[in-house]
Design a protein around this ligand. Structure first.
Ligand SMILES: Cc1cc2nc3c(=O)[nH]c(=O)nc-3n(C[C@H](O)[C@H](O)[C@H](O)COP(=O)(O)O)c2cc1C
Length: 316
């Protein structure tokens, strides 16, 4: 998730039970222009062993070139301790700035182009033995629900895994995600292509429902992770029929601080503290005194200030 799934956050998700992770989306165009600011997004730290790198764009040649750069590790500023698990293509982002450039979910309006992009990325990755995966939505709007068609074109052109968010572009993030379209994609594709169900999984019960209702091969969890990377342990416990105990507020605050330290270490104090404010807010949501804490966090300028806010509240 753009703005959230940086390396320190992905490591937390892995520690708390995620099988796999995906980077924030990276502009293929920016990569090909050798934009340095983007390179920090293509960082795979020690322990993030099954991380896919997601790219977005609409030009098959540019997407292929960016994929090859990532596979070869030929992108100045990018750094991997582990090679990427896959290169993932974003065909789901609904944000206006992205779709007006013809990127993200706008691609679903042109299934033939989706196929060309997947084919170009697949071809570029063949020498490296890396798979291409795709993230789609249900379709553009309620009169253009074409996830089955787009998924089939992607599969025919080499995608080995397709994640489906059961909303259209126009729905953005509400109302609720439709598991029916995920089931339809699963039924339409050969077994050799994995289908990952995504949308509104906030509990073990939601995860079980997604698996049962759709027959999908795996699940993807987005927003719930933001203040609750333990969701992965919760889902694992629920699926195994085991009890799950959510961490205490102390653990939540300490983990938020650990995340902030990681962000500051990667991005420097000024940018790191600025970016951490919203990130910490997700962890303290619902705690006693959280609105006062959030105000203090929003005013904090240094790592030490953030630490004293999160630790002070912990001793109340
Ligand atoms: C702030 C934000 C940023 C996101 N960025 C990305 C992204 O970069 N790539 C992507 O495939 N999906 C992105 N998504 C979509 C999520 O991956 C996911 O498909 C969506 O939130 C539905 O799943 P959820 O209900 O589990 O959150 C983003 C969502 C949010 C809220």
């Amino acid at each position: 998730m753009a703005g959230f799934t940086d390396a320190p956050f992905r490591l937390l998700c892995r520690r708390f039970g995620a099988d796999r992770t995906v980077t924030e989306m990276i502009s293929a165009q920016a990569m090909v222009y050798k934009d340095q600011k983007t390179a920090v997004l293509a960082k795979i730290p020690s322990g993030d062993t099954r991380c896919a790198i997601q790219i977005f764009g609409h030009d098959p040649a540019v997407m292929g070139e960016a994929a090859a750069m990532l596979a070869a590790g030929d992108y100045a500023g990018a750094s991997y301790v582990h090679p990427p698990r896959a290169i993932d293509i974003n065909m789901g982002c609904p944000v206006r700035k992205i779709v007006t450039s013809g990127d993200g979910s706008a691609l679903m309006q042109n299934p033939a182009l989706c196929g060309q992009i997947v084919a170009a990325v697949h071809r570029a990755l063949l020498p490296y033995g890396l798979p291409v995966t795709v993230k789609i939505r249900a379709g553009w709007d309620s009169t253009h629900i074409n996830a089955v068609e787009v998924a089939a074109v992607c599969a025919e052109n080499g995608a080995m895994e397709i994640a489906v968010h059961g909303r259209t572009r126009n729905q953005m993030y509400a109302p609720s995600s439709d598991n029916g379209i995920i089931r339809a994609v699963r039924r339409a594709l050969p077994d050799s292509v994995s289908v990952i169900g995504n949308g509104d999984i906030r509990s073990g019960e939601d995860a079980r429902r997604m698996l049962e209702e759709t027959g999908c091969d795996g699940i993807m969890i987005g927003r719930e992770t933001l203040g609750n990377p333990w969701i992965f342990s919760g889902v694992r416990a629920a699926l195994a029929g085991e009890a799950y105990v959510h961490p205490t507020e102390d653990v939540l605050r300490r983990t938020a601080m650990e995340l902030i330290e990681g962000i500051v270490s990667d991005k420097g104090e000024e940018r790191g503290v600025r970016e951490s404010r919203g990130r910490a807010a997700h962890f303290i949501r619902g705690m006693r005194g959280s609105s006062r804490m959030r105000e203090q966090i929003n005013r904090a300028q240094t790592l030490e200030e953030l630490r004293s806010i999160l630790e002070r509240e912990g001793t109340d």
